[in-house]
Design a protein. Structure first.
Length: 319
């Protein structure tokens, strides 16, 4: 068997070995070259970056905290990564891995998964194993943030997860924020937008993040969708966080004008999705996580030990 382009040969050999579980001898027989050449080609594929190998270590969790979260907030699942000596990036990666494992458990073949955006969601998608036989469609559940790194925005995350699940992906071809409720109402009535939102509402599971209105930690401030003055005004109104672009207060209340300018599923829609898995870490998200839990907007939470302890302390302090 002859292959003109060497890079094509490297990709073929790597795919057969790593994705299709061929032995080196089986590949050698198929391509009519020696087994030692196959070994060298696999090494070259790794050196050229065509193959990336990630070793996922088992995540140590804190069962006592997980149990307290389930009982106190009525969660289907709580996943708390032990992390007292880890960096913030390590903690988020661990929480993402736990969320990915849980999502894989609850998804069924030929179902629908909705997806939001952000670093937490990205961590879970990155950790999710390839399960192409599941044929799960993935739907973007809020408009594109647009001004952030595209790898953590909704369209790219929907595409990545759908490829891993062997399903189709559906983009919400709209911005996240618009100038008025009237503009939002016109946009969400467009057939393509309305169809995507209907699919998101029918999702069997959703993977979301939890954002905060804390200065220096707000994703929408960094993305340029909110100014510091607007963020301060939201805090003055009592808003502590958001999920799926929809903002809420420490009690989970969500009757705020900003939510009427967001192109996304509503929080009422989110509450009807059977499995909503949130990935959120960091002390600045303490009150936003608490508000999301009290509002009933998430049914499973993946976080880290330090953040979990802070959320419980805040819940005790605020009744």
């Amino acid at each position: 068997m002859s292959i003109d382009n060497r890079e094509d040969l490297l990709v073929l050999v790597a795919s057969l070995y790593y994705e299709q579980d061929y032995s080196q001898q089986q590949i050698a027989d198929r391509l009519e070259i020696s087994r030692s050449n196959i070994s060298r080609l696999l090494k070259e594929a790794k050196q050229k970056g065509l193959v990336e190998i990630h070793v996922r270590k088992p995540i140590s969790t804190v069962p006592a905290l997980e149990r307290e979260f389930r009982e106190r907030f009525g969660l289907h699942a709580a996943m708390v990564a032990r992390n007292r000596s880890h960096t913030a990036a390590d903690s988020l990666a661990a929480a993402g891995q736990l969320a990915a494992q849980y999502l894989k458990e609850v998804l069924r073949p030929n179902s629908i998964s909705a997806i939001a955006w952000g670093t937490g969601v990205s961590a879970a998608v990155t950790a999710f194993p390839t399960s192409q036989s599941m044929n799960v469609d993935v739907v973007q559940m809020l408009g594109s943030v647009g001004t952030v790194d595209s790898v953590i925005d909704g369209p790219e995350l929907a595409r990545q997860l759908a490829l891993k699940l062997g399903g189709r992906y559906y983009y919400l071809h709209a911005p996240l924020f618009v100038e008025s409720q009237a503009a939002r109402d016109v946009i969400i009535e467009q057939p393509m937008i309305a169809d995507t939102l209907r699919r998101a509402r029918r999702a069997d599971a959703a993977l979301v993040g939890i954002g905060t209105t804390e200065m220096g930690a707000s994703s929408f401030l960094r993305a340029g969708h909110l100014t510091e003055a607007q963020l301060a005004e939201l805090r003055a109104q009592g808003v502590v966080g958001e999920t799926c672009g929809q903002h809420f207060d420490i009690r989970g209340g969500s009757d705020y004008d900003i939510n009427r300018r967001v192109i996304s599923v509503t929080l009422a829609d989110v509450k009807h999705i059977p499995h909503v898995i949130a990935v959120a870490c960091g002390l600045k998200k303490t009150r936003s996580i608490l508000g999301a839990l009290r509002g009933g907007y998430v049914k499973a939470l993946a976080t880290d030990e330090v953040t979990a302890a802070a959320v419980l302390e805040a819940a005790n302090g605020e009744g």
